[in-house]
Design a protein around this ligand. Sequence first.
Ligand SMILES: C=CC1=C(C)c2cc3[nH]c(cc4nc(cc5[nH]c(cc1n2)c(C)c5CCC(=O)O)C(CCC(=O)O)=C4C)c(C)c3C=C
Ligand SMILES: [Fe+2]
Ligand SMILES: [Fe+2]
Length: 340
Amino acid sequence: MSDRAVLLANLGSPASTDVADVRRYLNQFLMDPYVVDLPWPLRRLLVGLILLLRPKKSAEAYASIWWEDGSPLVVISRRVQKALQARLDMPVELAMRYGEPSIENGLLALAAKPGIKEVLFMPQYPQHADSTTTTSIKEAQRVVAEHKLDLKLTIVPAFHNKPGYIDALVASAQPHLEQGFDHLLFSYHGLPERHLRKADPTGSHCLAFPDCCDRPSPAHATCYRAQCVSVTREFTSRMGLRDDQWSLAFQSRLGKDKWIEPYTEARIDELAEQGVKRLLVMCPAFVSDCIETLEEIGDRAREQFIEAGGEELVLVPCLNDHPQWVETLASWCENEPRQA
Ligand SMILES: C=CC1=C(C)c2cc3[nH]c(cc4nc(cc5[nH]c(cc1n2)c(C)c5CCC(=O)O)C(CCC(=O)O)=C4C)c(C)c3C=C
Ligand SMILES: [Fe+2]
Ligand SMILES: [Fe+2]
């Protein structure tokens, strides 16, 4: 048995679809300063306002996609953990940034295992965002420091360009594309534009020009949008798609701020107006299906598309527990060099 263990980290879901549980979850999530990046008093005020109406609406949305054994995001993440555990000779735990199982309990459980000296911490996000990758890493570092754990954290950052990721995406999505389509829409989770500017280490690249994502820059190491563009280009080139066969948009906008564009909702109407009848939608910001794919795209966007004149919207499943994805994760776990 190796002295390395693995902690897979995803975002998390409410404990149940009860409005009180959804409110608790949304409060923990939105009060994270990496998610709503305002000073505490303003954040408290804004989140308090959001929590007046959002929990009921979100609880209904969660109830419409909830599975017998829980939230799809958590159930699928458990399946991946089990498949990876069966494949590897090292302990594999699962943690969520918000709700349960927590990053704290995951790290404590691994630290209690005899002989474990290093934890490979793997946030399950292909593209970097402070609201996902950074906050998970900070939480893991906090737990190690506060509990004085005798563990080395080796962090696997956003894996948009890591060998094997695009191969797994192609392997899982190709059978769906082979069924035929008029257009393929890549719908990524959105982000306030302010987050993109804040994550730009050069301070002068991201959103400074309309084509910033096409101009090479060190800023792209932490630019969510550039990484979404790069994943889309890699995928479409591997599939041999022409530029007019696909487009890219951003979903899930919350609040009044300007988020990165184009918005998925607007793009769905445009595509229906252009005569697209069979629309395929992929959501490569997520490795597991979740409320954002199943409800926002699979239900609401589908309804919108059909009302606008489309005939069929097909949601391409996320990587989920596809064998090639599990194999890719396993190879990263075995081969990732220990960080100094
Ligand atoms: C300011 C608000 C939000 C930011 C910024 C944000 C970034 C972000 N989120 C994901 C991945 C997921 N988000 C999910 C749900 C979700 N996201 C927000 C808000 C922000 N996300 C809310 C309020 C919710 C809850 C659902 C709702 O009420 O609409 C999920 C799904 C969780 C589940 O239980 O299924 C994921 C996954 C990324 C990748 C990202 C930054 C790029
Ligand atoms: Fe989100
Ligand atoms: Fe850019």
